[in-house]
Design a protein around this ligand. Structure first.
Ligand SMILES: Nc1nc2c(ncn2[C@@H]2O[C@H](COP(=O)(O)OP(=O)(O)O)[C@@H](O)[C@H]2O)c(=O)[nH]1
Ligand SMILES: [Mg+2]
Length: 353
């Protein structure tokens, strides 16, 4: 991480200098008006102090061994981190600098786990100092870093994909939205299959979407039928498989789901979770679905809550990327391909008054 501070008259001047010195990936982490440092400074117009940062690998020596410069930088960073953590964590909220306390409170309201809050604020404060106002962009930057999946997104990229998750979270709706995006946006050939024959109306719901989209749909009753359906659509770019949402702690359902997955052999398995579910339940659900080889997450109902922190908590706990975000009932419009920066921005924005 390279951090540089600029004293300028106006923001465009700072942006130009930041681009020149730190490149296009640099981010402004804080800005404030300051008096000019001269005997008559109080007479002169205030200047703008802008701090910018960019991620850079630390220098290593040619042989791959850490250079002395690298080791020294690492030691200094560690010292700085220790000073900040004692300041941040060792004290009660009353002892925290006002700006840190404000963000601690915002992130707590968003239901971000304490461990993540401490980590983020330590990092932000180590760039900006403890007394300066913390800019929302700086928090967004660190939260995006914690989310950690590729900025370009983790959209569906396999020929066979399954959608798992508890009942009512929006599996079928999201599957239809993803199908529509592939069909309309990427001109891909899609087929839909459902194993959900438990809920009255569940198959009708998927059939209706398939009819509107003009894509084939199959209702299967056994793992064998699922295999046959997947094989029949081998020429399609994507076969999206919908499932019934029942507790994986139910041994019969668990076994049935395992058999379906074994015969479909999906390249990707999405776990669909709703942001309206309590944080603790989300973590428990995510854990209970891990044995089904889930490799991507989808969060729905972002429109129904402002507490988006649990998304971060689940990503941290599972190490899985977020592929899509659903923010409403409209098919196909209310779907976003998740990018860490955009998701972090949505989370922070939800916490602003
Ligand atoms: N507000 C809101 N409602 C949603 C969203 N996604 C799905 N729903 C609604 O949640 C309900 C259950 O959706 P459904 O797809 O049938 O869930 P499933 O049981 O997991 O397949 C339906 O009324 C959907 O319209 C969303 O992002 N926001
Ligand atoms: Mg469904």
């Amino acid at each position: 991480m390279r951090v540089k501070r600029y004293l300028v008259s106006a923001m465009p001047e700072a942006i130009e200098a930041i681009r020149r010195d730190l490149g296009p990936d640099a981010m402004i982490v804080s800005s404030r008006r300051v008096r000019q440092n001269s005997p008559l400074g109080w007479l002169l117009p205030k200047k703008l102090e802008v701090t910018a940062a960019v991620d850079t690998p630390l220098p290593a020596s040619a042989g791959g061994e850490p250079s002395r410069e690298y080791q020294k930088l690492q030691e200094e960073l560690l010292q700085l981190k220790n000073i900040i953590s004692t300041k941040l964590l060792g004290e009660s909220d009353q002892g925290l600098p006002a700006t840190v306390a404000k963000w601690k409170n915002i992130l707590e309201q968003l239901e971000v786990n304490q461990e993540i809050i401490d980590e983020v604020l330590q990092k932000v404060a180590s760039h900006t100092g403890l007394e300066q106002e913390i800019a929302p962009q700086a928090v967004v930057y660190e939260l995006a870093d914690i989310l950690g999946f590729p900025e370009g997104g983790c959209q569906l990229s396999s020929q066979v994909a399954t959608f798992l998750g508890p009942t009512g979270v929006g599996k079928t709706t999201t599957l239809a939205k993803v199908a529509a995006h592939m069909l309309l946006g990427e001109k891909k050939k899609v087929a839909l299959v459902t194993t959900d024959t438990y809920r009255i109306g569940a198959t009708e719901q998927l059939k209706t979407y398939a009819e509107i989209l003009g894509v084939p749909v199959e209702v299967v009753m056994t793992p064998r039928e699922l295999r046959q359906a997947v094989d029949r659509h081998r020429d399609r770019d994507a076969v999206l498989i919908d499932t019934a949402g029942r507790s994986p702690r139910n041994p019969i359902y668990r076994q049935e789901l395992l058999s379906y997955l074994a015969s479909a052999q999906p390249g990707e398995t999405f776990l669909v979770l709703s942001c309206t579910t309590k944080n603790r339940d989300l973590l428990r659900i995510a854990e209970s679905y891990q044995e089904f080889n889930v490799n991507k997450l989808i969060f729905t109902k972002l429109d129904e809550t402002t507490s988006l922190g649990p998304i971060l908590n689940v990503v941290r706990a599972t190490g899985l990327p977020v592929a899509y975000l659903s923010n409403g009932q409209n098919v196909p419009d209310d779907l976003l391909v998740a990018s860490p920066r955009e998701l972090a921005r949505l989370i922070v924005e939800a916490g602003q008054p």
